[in-house]
Design a protein around this ligand. Structure first.
Ligand code: AMP
Ligand code: ZN
Ligand code: FE
Ligand code: FE
Length: 279
């Protein structure tokens, strides 16, 4: 049987529902050969994941995912960050974290004005880690009965067209890429399918990002059609980009997405990791 991996997962250090160690055990249980922990804007979960991987015998890659300022949305993954020294990125991550806090306050106050009873303390208490965001707010809206699902919370209140949406501070794409390189990591554009671009537009964008230092593209992803994946793989060859793939597992924060399997037929081959490691 071919060895498969998952290079895109979120833990309670950001907006996933499982602890880093639980994700690693879960991956091992599913027979995955390796996983990367890629929490939003933090490396707080990485140490625990690496230790559990070592303990039970599954390869764990230190990673991160950073949202950058681009419409409709652009996220940059970083792999193989230098785990011995995060000090060189702490300033940027601190600024992002502060931007989150400021935005949360605005969202909560807008929700209060709309008659929704929710407090900053509640948001902090469901987050567990330092990263708080819209998924945590969504979870409270569900538990208090204002909406039925996390998806509905986004649709009604938290998405860009939602009643309580506010922008938060984000790095520019070039700076997101640079921060990851500065952290010793390999920058990869996450879920390119969410950029909603035509082949020609994507071609142009990748050329530009490659000049900034982009090294790879997450061509294999839970929400891709077969055609999307084919196009991204072609573009990877054309622009000499590494290929990665992942589920974007968030546990109960994103229903229907399974570790390593995505929506059922995700298959990320181990060979991709070997190429990534040999950069
Ligand atoms: P934030 O980082 O606080 O801006 O929240 C963004 C995160 O919310 C994304 O990375 C997703 O994990 C999650 N998200 C966005 N839209 C939805 C949705 N419709 N349903 C569930 N989760 C979502
Ligand atoms: Zn997330
Ligand atoms: Fe993302
Ligand atoms: Fe993600």
């Amino acid at each position: 049987m071919d060895k498969i991996i998952d290079l895109h997962t979120h833990s309670i250090a950001s907006d996933g529902s499982m602890s880093p160690a639980e994700i690693v055990r879960n991956a091992k249980g599913k027979g995955l050969a390796a996983i990367a922990l890629t929490d939003h804007d933090t490396v707080d979960g990485v140490k625990e994941a690496l230790e559990e991987g070592e303990r039970i015998g599954i390869e764990v890659i230190p990673g991160i995912e950073i949202s950058v300022d681009y419409k409709p949305e652009m996220h940059i993954l970083g792999f193989f960050l230098d785990i011995k020294d995060y000090t060189n990125i702490s300033r940027e991550l601190g600024a992002i974290q502060q931007g989150r806090e400021e935005r949360n306050k605005k969202i909560i106050s807008k929700l209060n004005k709309l008659g929704v009873n929710i407090t900053t303390d509640e948001v902090k208490s469901v987050a567990l880690g330092d990263i708080t965001g819209r998924p945590h707010i969504a979870r409270i809206l569900v538990s208090k009965g204002y909406v039925k699902t996390i998806n509905e919370a986004f649709d009604k209140y938290l998405s860009k067209d939602g009643l309580a949406y506010f922008k938060r501070f984000e790095l520019q794409p070039i700076d997101g890429i640079k921060v990851i390189i500065k952290a010793g990591g390999i920058p990869v554009i996450a879920h390119p399918v969410f950029l909603r671009k035509s082949y020609v537009e994507m071609d142009k964008l990748l050329k530009e990002l490659k000049e900034y230092g982009l090294a790879g593209i997450e061509a294999i992803y839970s929400e891709n059609s077969k055609e999307d994946t084919g196009n991204f793989l072609r573009l990877a060859i054309k622009h000499e980009l590494l290929v990665t793939g992942g589920s974007d597992f968030h546990g109960t924060y994103k229903n229907g997405i399974e570790l390593g399997r995505g929506r059922g037929n995700l298959k990320v081959p181990y060979e991709l990791l070997e190429k990534l490691r040999n950069v």
